[in-house]
Ligand binder design. Structure first.
Ligand code: 6PG
Length: 290
């Protein structure tokens, strides 16, 4: 028996307590109701908001202000600020800003919960660890409670097991099976157009079931653990920081070129309900039309 389709013409506005009078409508001629097919979900387009700042310094100052706003709003609305951070080098400047006044005081660190967008599958103190970089530039100076910090992997088990363990951490924290919604997803862009640890040509780009993947990345010749696009795109605010002339050519491709079909992994960032912002310095954005 096909499940009953609930059709609704939207909430009926009724005066409180006054039942809707039944109009004497002529009986409708019985006709075989045509199955109403739900409209195909609107294909989400890659449509980032682009913010260009004159220098790397203004980029990180503005990004810090934006993170502070997101954090305070999240705590006001939901009692906590949950962020997924990227590694690499770009976030360092932002992290430094966040640990200096006024942000050190303005950000509700005690109600801040930190995860990672991706991680190299190495020990936490390894020189390439994103956790270690975050520890050095942020956690050693911002009073985030230890129990609010959730490293993605410490390199101690096979990488696919590490990914499953991280996914279990996410399920326990967010509770239930609905895709985790981070208040902030902090991202970068590689000069090959990757983001997180989702690299061009890798099948993990198309992972729609798992929240976390762990795999050997040929091009990076490293094992990585990474959130997948369904989780990234469930975020409320996706902030992509891109800095420096080294990224100029890829910025032109990603933001100035075609994105249908997506040619680069970062063009798969299409938050359904959230906001996607690319914050660039002028050096990275010089090829973009004004
Ligand atoms: C990583 C990052 C990665 C990074 C880009 C940009 O683990 O390396 O998460 O996705 O954001 O590679 O790196 P840079 O900020 O160093 O340019």
């Amino acid at each position: 028996m096909a499940p009953k389709k609930k059709t609704s013409t939207g909430p009926q506005k009724r005066k409180a307590g006054i039942p809707k009078a039944k109009a004497n409508r002529p009986a409708k001629a019985k006709s075989a109701a045509k199955p109403v097919r739900p409209a195909a979900p609107k294909a989400l387009l890659f449509k980032p908001e682009i913010r260009v700042y004159p220098t790397p310094e203004t980029l990180v100052q503005e990004a810090a202000h934006q993170v502070m706003q997101i954090a305070r709003e999240a705590v006001n609305e939901r009692g906590r600020f949950v962020a997924a951070l990227s590694g690499g080098s770009t976030p360092k400047g932002l992290f430094q800003q966040l640990t200096e006044e006024p942000y050190k005081t303005l950000i509700p660190w005690s109600k801040t919960y930190l995860f990672w967008v991706d991680e190299r599958h190495v020990p936490l103190n390894h020189e390439t660890s994103n956790y270690r970089m975050t520890q050095e530039y942020l956690l050693s100076k911002a009073p985030v409670p230890k129990e609010n910090i959730f490293p993605a992997t410490n390199g101690s088990q096979p990488v696919d097991k590490a990914a499953s363990a991280y996914e279990i951490k996410l399920r326990k924290f967010f509770g239930g099976d609905s895709t985790p919604k981070f208040d902030l997803v902090l991202l970068g862009m590689g000069d090959d157009g990757h983001t997180a640890s989702l690299f061009p040509g890798m099948p993990q780009l198309n992972e729609l079931e798992k929240w976390v993947v762990g795999y050997f990345v040929d091009t990076a010749r490293k094992e990585r653990v990474s959130l997948t696009f369904p989780v990234l795109n469930a975020g409320r605010f996706l902030l992509v920081l891109v800095e420096g002339e080294k990224k100029e050519a890829m910025v032109k491709e990603v933001l100035g070129g075609a994105s249908e079909p997506p040619r680069y992994p970062i063009q798969y960032l299409r938050p359904a309900g959230g906001k996607l912002v690319f914050a660039l310095d002028q050096a990275a954005a010089s090829c973009l039309k004004k």
